[in-house]
Design a protein around this ligand. Structure first.
Ligand SMILES: *Cc1c(COP(=O)(O)O)cnc(C)c1O
Length: 543
């Protein structure tokens, strides 16, 4: 009995300690914290080892389903985390990690994140966030201004209005797209006479009331998969996201878009939204947004632009014209955690009309009361962190010209890399960069000569083999750990629209140098030679 009581007392005491006393500066956690704040890149270089362990091996470290009965000292636990987790994580901020949209962070982000977590504000309501609510509304206003460039009176009127919102802050592009299409759906199927609207009566009765055969969403075949998720949860169905073919530059074919709209309208199928992509995830291309806006206008449907990745390009005066027409969109998705160098969990959807969000307004008794300025009354998510602070701080610290520099340099680096690939005998550029993203593959010169001579049919087997080689190189490179590019499979018009496996690189890290890019190509050449079957077979075919 007495022993149990002693343990209970000790536990009680340590519980009190963890809420009140910081870890000593010379403890494991204290030392790690110092190391991190002094030099984050150095810390990551030190603690992430390029481990060759397979994921299935790592799983063995994370297989125990029992919640511990014994408390652990923070320091002991830190050793465990460093060893099993940190060491085997991915160095996303390494300048030679050029495969994905997740990139390096400016150094001020770390202490600011600590402040954000320490304050632990909940943006769902004013009662738990106070100044953070107007701050978030201002960030939405700044981003609205970036897209729509309204005058100052406009922002004076709407930015802090309880019944309006210039947008909705959320965890990422997926939730932003869902929110945009949710607004589009509820506006289209709004209350009308006896019908109280889709939000209250559901899709089945809404369709009966409005007499539509079906609802669809139109986007190019390069659209992001989050649109299918959106369509799924909004009750519209994944198959009702209709993919419109793209041209050789991966941009939606507007003639085919119009033809589809016409056909659907004759079948009494309503287009809920036309979605333009500003920076496709796979190739980084931008749809002709101005033409799409016209088509959406003609067929009276919501025009949404998914600029999750490419939206930050608007910060560059030089490249902003690439997105012309975006200002005609009814809603725009932008991810701050992609090209705005903010950590993950920062997505936004911006609405042209500040009254749009009334279509998705929700109220509750204890919070989100009518007339309150609680942000939670028009967000899909409930409790949310003060992430807007990091976007706000970044916009101030980096400023628009700073962002312009980052964006311009990234695009120019991609152009340089494209040149490098074009000049190299054994690489083939597949999609040239419009923003800082491109795709390419390894293809020995003799094979490229053969590809150019052959017809599409004869090229099938070559492309298949080149695909296997690309996959081989990409996997080896990832395992090797010195550098990383991603891979995807895209239709290539030059090969009759056949799907081809390619390397994909995103050149957003400002610390990636030309030398690193040269090294990556050299490494890939070396790795290609390690393939025992594919390369020799290809070379024989091309003899
Ligand atoms: C990344 C991306 C998304 C999804 O955003 P998440 O933040 O990953 O949810 C949607 N659309 C496009 C074009 C994207 O690049």
């Amino acid at each position: 009995m007495r022993a149990t009581k002693r343990i209970a007392d000790a536990t009680q005491e340590s519980l009190h300690r963890i809420f009140t006393i910081a870890e000593a500066p010379d403890s494991t956690l204290g030392r790690l914290e110092q190391e991190m704040s002094q030099n984050l890149v150095g810390f990551l270089n030190n603690h992430i080892v390029a481990s060759k362990n397979a994921l299935t091996d790592i799983e063995q470290d994370f297989i125990n389903p029992h919640i511990p009965e014994q408390p652990e000292f923070v320091s002991d636990h830190m050793h465990h985390l460093l060893d099993k987790l940190v060491a085997q994580s991915v160095h996303t901020s390494s300048p030679s990690f050029i495969g994905h949209m997740t990139s390096a962070l400016p150094s001020f982000i770390l202490p600011l994140s600590k402040l954000m977590v320490g304050l632990n504000q909940n943006l769902v309501k004013v009662e738990t966030s106070k100044a953070f609510t107007p701050l978030e509304r201002q960030v939405l206003g700044m981003m609205h201004n970036l897209v729509y460039q309204q005058n100052d009176d406009f922002y004076q009127n709407w930015m802090h209005s309880a019944q309006h919102s210039l947008g909705s802050f959320c965890s990422g592009g997926t939730v932003a797209n869902i929110t945009a299409l949710w607004v589009a759906r509820n506006k289209l199927l709004q209350a009308d006479g006896d019908f109280r609207g889709v939000a209250r009566e559901g899709l089945h009765r809404a369709m009966k009331h409005y007499g539509y055969q079906d609802l669809v969403i139109l986007v190019s075949d390069r659209g992001h998969y989050s649109l299918k998720k959106s369509s799924d949860i909004l009750g519209i169905g994944q198959e009702n996201v209709i993919a419109i073919p793209t041209d050789e530059y991966n941009k939606i074919d507007c003639k085919k878009l119009v033809a589809k709209c016409q056909q659907l309208s004759e079948q009494n199928i309503k287009v809920l939204a036309i979605v333009g992509v500003a920076g496709t995830t796979e190739t980084g291309n931008i749809d002709p947004l101005d033409k799409m806006a016209e088509i959406a206008q003609q067929y009276q449907c919501h025009f949404h632009v998914d600029a999750a990745w490419g939206g930050a390009t608007l910060l560059s005066n030089k490249y902003r014209p690439l997105l012309k027409g975006i200002e005609q969109a009814d809603s725009v998705t932008i991810d701050a955690h992609k090209q705005m160098y903010v950590p993950m969990g920062a997505g936004l959807v911006i609405f042209k009309d500040p009254a749009s969000v009334s279509a998705i307004e929700h109220h509750a008794e204890y919070i989100l009361r009518k007339g309150s300025k609680d942000l939670g009354s028009h967000t899909l998510e409930g409790s949310r962190s003060g992430m807007a602070m990091l976007v706000y701080a970044s916009l101030h610290i980096i400023s628009r010209p700073g962002y312009e520099m980052l964006i311009n340099q990234a695009i120019e680096k991609a152009e340089y890399f494209a040149q490098l690939i074009n000049q190299h005998d054994d690489f083939e550029l597949i999609t040239r960069p419009e923003l800082c993203l491109l795709t390419y593959r390894y293809a020995p010169k003799s094979v490229q000569v053969l590809l150019a001579r052959n017809d599409d049919e004869a090229n099938k087997s070559l492309n298949l083999l080149l695909g296997k080689l690309t996959k081989f190189i990409q996997k080896r490179q990832r395992e090797d750990g010195r550098s990383f590019v991603s891979r995807t499979r895209i239709e290539v018009s030059r090969y009759g629209g056949e799907k081809v496996i390619v390397f994909r690189v995103v050149l957003a890290n400002p610390l990636t140098t030309k030398e690193i890019l040269q090294d990556i190509l050299e490494q890939q050449c070396e790795l290609a030679k390690e393939s025992e079957n594919f390369l020799p077979e290809l070379l024989t075919m091309a003899e």
